[in-house]
Design a protein around this ligand. Sequence first.
Ligand SMILES: [Zn+2]
Length: 251
Amino acid sequence: MTPTGHSRRRGGGKFTLVCMAAIILAVAIQRDVIVLKHWVPERYLPWAPLHLEDPPGLVTRWKLSRLDQNPEACRAFLENEVPRRVTSLPDSITDSGCDLINSVRVHDRSTDGVRFNKSFIASCPLAVSWLRFERHGLQAAAQEVLGSRVTGVTHLGSYACRNIYGRENARRSEHATADALDVAGFRLSDGREIRLPADWTAAGAQDSAGQFLRAVQQAACESFGTVLGPDYNAAHRDHFHLGTRGWSVCR
Ligand SMILES: [Zn+2]
């Protein structure tokens, strides 16, 4: 037998061993002989439920993207984590492509979150994305850049039965199914108000309000599928569009 034949047989043996080990490991996990969550924090397990406190990362982002196809898991998140901040809405099926399915009303005021200028309708995934963004992104940006907390948020609306940019021959907007929220300004606990477009400044500018808005947009990109701001186009000069569809669209 040639040396090449020997090494090929050794390589094949190793491959079989690795396969057998993988199968034994999979069976042990499946039968709870090895309980993974005893060894790995739950937030790193793709099949474990998403929690408000789970820090942003690839796994939490993947879990967020899956909530769209898993209405029960999405609803369970809101009921378990933030029961006082939202109220469930009945489904509304239309023939205009503007269905509201598994939607909630996010209240304008709550004891454990920011106050909005008015309540708004949100698809369940949008509500979850906002609440996680508020908890991990928005408050962290305010603390880091301004040394303060965000207490109020001004939005321009979430649900609107229309196409993108209101064009006749375009596809339906994320707003047509309450999958996006347009945010225009923030009130801080020290009384400051920071708004688009007035406080938006060039990238790298030294003013703290402008730096805060850029930090907010950057943080939003980690919680939402689509984030569009003043640098994108004139239609977004006065707000951030925060939408759940897409993956890492951040402009
Ligand atoms: Zn929008």
